[in-house]
Design a protein around this ligand. Structure first.
Ligand code: GLU
Length: 320
């Protein structure tokens, strides 16, 4: 136990706050019974498209019809894929279409609205690290020093053994490093990521109670996924858990490409001891193509109507 505390101090000497500190800083929202708190959480890795706009509208209408709150959170943790002025473009497009949030990120140079911010993930590094430190303290997360080559070797071994791919179980080389080994690696300047120590068992099933699709059974997560990247910035998985908890989200409404990550998200909420919101996964916008019953997802490459520019150019008024 003390080993874990020492490890937490070793990895996060600069973090002096606790999850309780942030829970007190962002107290539970005082809202009428049944009020829903939703968020639209785009990543500025591309322009807002019709699917995103639809999701944002669902968020706003869901909150508004229940006397709740809809807020905008910019998920800008992937600096490599971010496009220039991406967040500002999204914010401007939403406003052009009259999709207005009660709280959240504002265009560059303007003040954010709301007391649960900052609403840009890049400004919340210390908050994520506080929750990560707590996981390390409780033995639920550990540093992984595996290089790209080592990860490649693991992949090859898994291919040869026809095992599931990923960093888990006996393939997770850094799972049981001693604190002395970790200290030596850090002293040697080796880079590391922070991983979840998954307690999942693939034989066990969990149920995702999706508000749209109903109950979906899925195997528990067994992967020791990355929580913090080597620059200390969180992955989406970890960041959204911390944020949706602290920002008081009651309903996560998101694209159904995230359903398969649900078991991991459920595990992360449980490990962090945080109350999980309800989830609703919405289908992508489809297009009829080649016959009455032939539907397919709108494609960024093939379909101009994926882009909001198309509607502007064709003269559709925003209300339509
Ligand atoms: N940043 C994620 C995305 O753009 C958000 C998913 C979510 O709404 O939780 O796909």
């Amino acid at each position: 136990m003390d080993q874990n505390k020492n490890l937490a101090e070793l990895l996060f000497p600069h973090i002096d706050k606790t999850p309780e500190y942030y829970e007190a800083l962002y107290p539970q929202r005082q809202l009428p019974e049944g009020a829903r708190v939703t968020r639209f959480a785009p990543s500025p890795t591309g322009y807002l498209h019709i699917g995103g706009l639809f999701g944002a509208l669902v968020d706003v209408l869901t909150a508004r019809s229940t006397g709740g709150v809809a807020y905008l959170r910019i998920e800008d943790t992937d600096k490599k894929r971010e496009i220039e002025h991406g967040a500002d473009e999204i914010i401007t497009s939403l406003a052009q279409y009259g999709v207005c949030f009660d709280e959240g990120a504002a265009a560059d140079g303007e003040a954010e609205k709301g007391s649960y911010g900052p609403y840009r993930q890049s400004m919340r590094k210390e908050i994520y690290q506080t929750f990560a430190k707590d996981l390390v303290k409780r033995g639920l997360a550990y540093p992984c020093f595996c290089s790209a080559e080592e990860l490649d070797e693991i992949r090859k071994a898994q291919e040869a053994e026809k095992a599931d791919m990923g960093y888990y179980g006996s393939y997770a080389k850094c799972r049981n490093l001693s604190i002395e080994e970790i200290e030596a690696n850090i002293k040697a300047g080796k880079e590391y990521v922070l991983r979840l120590r998954s307690d999942g068992n693939a034989e066990n099933k969990i149920t995702c109670r999706d508000l749209i699709r109903g109950n979906i059974e899925m195997p528990e997560n067994i992967m020791d996924v990355v929580l913090l990247k080597s620059d200390g910035i969180p992955t989406y998985h970890f960041a959204h858990v911390v944020d949706d908890f602290l920002m008081g989200t009651t309903h996560v409404i998101r694209g159904d490409e995230w359903i398969s990550s649900y078991p991991l998200h459920e595990q992360l909420f449980r490990a962090s001891g945080l109350k999980m919101p309800k989830y609703a996964h919405i289908a992508p916008i489809m297009k009829l193509d080649g016959g009455e019953n032939k539907k397919r997802k709108l494609s960024k490459r093939k379909d101009p109507e994926q882009s909001l520019d198309y509607y502007r150019q064709e003269g559709y008024p925003p209300l339509a």
